[in-house]
Design a binder for this molecule. Structure first.
Ligand SMILES: Cc1cc2nc3c(=O)[nH]c(=O)nc-3n(C[C@H](O)[C@H](O)[C@H](O)COP(=O)(O)OP(=O)(O)OC[C@H]3O[C@@H](n4cnc5c(N)ncnc54)[C@H](O)[C@@H]3O)c2cc1C
Length: 464
């Protein structure tokens, strides 16, 4: 049986190895420089809602149960595709038959003085999160300045808001969340943040950071300055591809760089797969893109795992989705959310409500939602709009219905049979099994009601 080697320990890696195990007992080795964990869980730790251990997604017992040779704490420095061999930072080598590159991305920094000062940090991984928690220890109301207002930065900002810290955001674009919301939707979120006591500066850059006795001073091109205990630099990410330098695996480095993959998650070398934040792969609407989000990482891991295990599974493509709690205001955008030629828009800034539905013919290809967290109707509409896009359902006359009734997505969703389609869809032609890791070996205790059991039962599409 082929030896599968996976570099990484995030969602791509764990989903790939569990998928391989759904098919066979072939040898698997995983190499990761960090403990296997979920970056998505870091905000809950930062907010004080869970402890660090709850962000972990695997431990020794889990790897043993799945019969995986886990080299946690090891870093890959080189890939030789002619010898099918990896080199590790300790000089050791690992041979493979199939390789999956799932190394994720890392934050980039700003080319300005002061980014190397203590207390000036990215906020992306376990060490950064621990660093911020340590830096604010003993400060009654820490002052945090965040440079950049992208999706992940704002997730972490929300975590710090829950702590009651004093928050400032600096964004060089004229609006916050420039790659997630259009100007009208962002304006609602920005006003909301102001009401929640978050100081937002848009359309200006940081020129310098200095330190006087532990207090950081951030100087802005606008002439203003901000004082903070911690400065978070959240200005973008680049894929972790440094170890591919000199290999013949196609890739580009830097922001926007990536490893191109086909719909089986194969790179230009057929026994080398890639997925997640580093992969530029098929998307549901438009040309191949990098989608550095958890759902895409999970999908890529499952598709790559199935194909490495000898299946022939094609990925229909990922749907860009950013769903964010901005200090109590829910913001979400999907697919080709930037308004196209055929867009329905509802904008009510005083009610903190914004919606746009972007169409190609009678197909919904993008959407944006803004509304308050207690608006249950909006929250269910977000899920249903996502389902309509994921199933690529043509809505026919229901498109006109939505033009008249933009707050009633439920009817088109049900009438066009989206729920039924979703229920019968699986990514790899086989239902996924429950993850085989629970923190502390905990057992799931929920007993679904008869109604709920319908949704969690085996879908009957090919076994467990
Ligand atoms: C704070 C935070 C919050 C987030 N919240 C959300 C959210 O709410 N929703 C959402 O959709 N997405 C969210 N994301 C994004 C999501 O977590 C990522 O898209 C996802 O983790 C990507 O998975 P991955 O497996 O590709 O890489 P990763 O999860 O980054 O895992 C890659 C691992 O490989 C390791 N590695 C890198 N290079 C090497 C090497 N040479 N040798 C060995 N190991 C190496 C890395 O250190 C890392 O541990 C969040 C991200 C962050 C940082």
């Amino acid at each position: 049986m082929p030896h599968h080697v996976i570099i990484g320990g995030g969602p791509v890696a764990t989903n790939a190895l569990e998928t391989i195990r759904q098919f066979d007992d072939s040898p698997i080795t995983i190499v990761c420089d960090e403990p296997a964990h979920s970056r998505m869980a870091l905000p809950y730790w930062l907010a004080g809602q869970v402890v660090r251990e709850h962000t972990m997604t695997a431990d020794d017992a889990y790897f043993k149960k799945l019969d995986v040779d886990a080299r946690i704490g090891s870093r890959v420095t080189k890939v030789d595709t002619s010898a099918n061999e990896l080199t590790l930072s300790n000089g050791g080598t690992v041979a493979y038959d199939n390789l999956l590159i799932a190394t994720g991305s890392s934050p980039v920094t700003l080319p300005i003085p002061g980014t190397d000062l203590p207390g000036v940090t990215p906020l992306w991984d376990l060490a950064h999160t621990q660093g911020v928690l340590d830096a604010v220890e003993g400060i009654a109301k820490p002052r945090i300045a965040m440079i950049g207002s992208g999706f992940i930065g704002m997730i972490m900002l929300n975590a710090m808001y829950k702590r009651g810290w004093t928050l400032t955001v600096v964004e060089r674009e004229p609006q916050i969340l420039p790659r997630m919301l259009n100007g009208e939707a962002a304006a609602i979120a920005e006003t909301w943040l102001g009401k929640k006591g978050v100081d937002v500066h848009t359309g200006t850059t940081v020129t310098k950071i200095t330190d006087a006795g532990g207090t950081k001073k951030i100087e802005l091109a606008s002439g203003q300055s901000i004082e903070a205990d911690v400065v978070v630099v959240a200005v973008g990410i680049a894929p972790n591809v440094d170890f591919l330098e000199g290999s013949d695996i196609e890739h580009t480095a830097g922001t926007g760089g990536a490893v191109p993959v086909n719909d089986r998650m194969q790179t230009n070398i057929s026994n080398v797969y890639a997925g997640g934040d580093i992969a530029c792969g098929p998307v549901l609407f438009g040309d191949d893109e990098v989608h550095p989000i958890q759902p895409t990482a999970v999908d890529h891991g499952r598709i790559a795992g199935a194909n490495m295990a000898g299946q022939n599974v094609q990925y229909p493509g990922s749907l860009l989705m950013n769903i964010l709690d901005v200090c109590g205001l829910q913001c979400a955008s999907f697919g080709q959310w930037q308004s196209g030629a055929d867009t329905m828009t509802m904008n009510n800034p005083t009610g903190n409500v914004y919606r746009s539905l972007v169409w190609v013919g009678d197909q919904l290809t993008g959407a944006t939602f803004v509304g308050q967290a207690n608006d249950m109707g909006m929250l269910t509409d977000v899920g249903m709009a996502k389902g309509i896009m994921q199933t690529q359902t043509s809505l026919g006359p229901w498109k006109e219905f939505l033009a008249e009734n933009p707050f009633d997505i439920r009817r088109p969703y049900v009438a066009a049979g989206v729920a039924a389609k979703l229920r019968n869809t699986t990514l790899i032609g086989k239902a996924s099994k429950m993850r085989q890791y629970q923190f502390g070996g905990a057992k799931a205790t929920a007993t679904p009601s008869a109604e709920h059991a319908v949704f969690v039962a085996d879908r009957g599409v090919g076994g467990s």
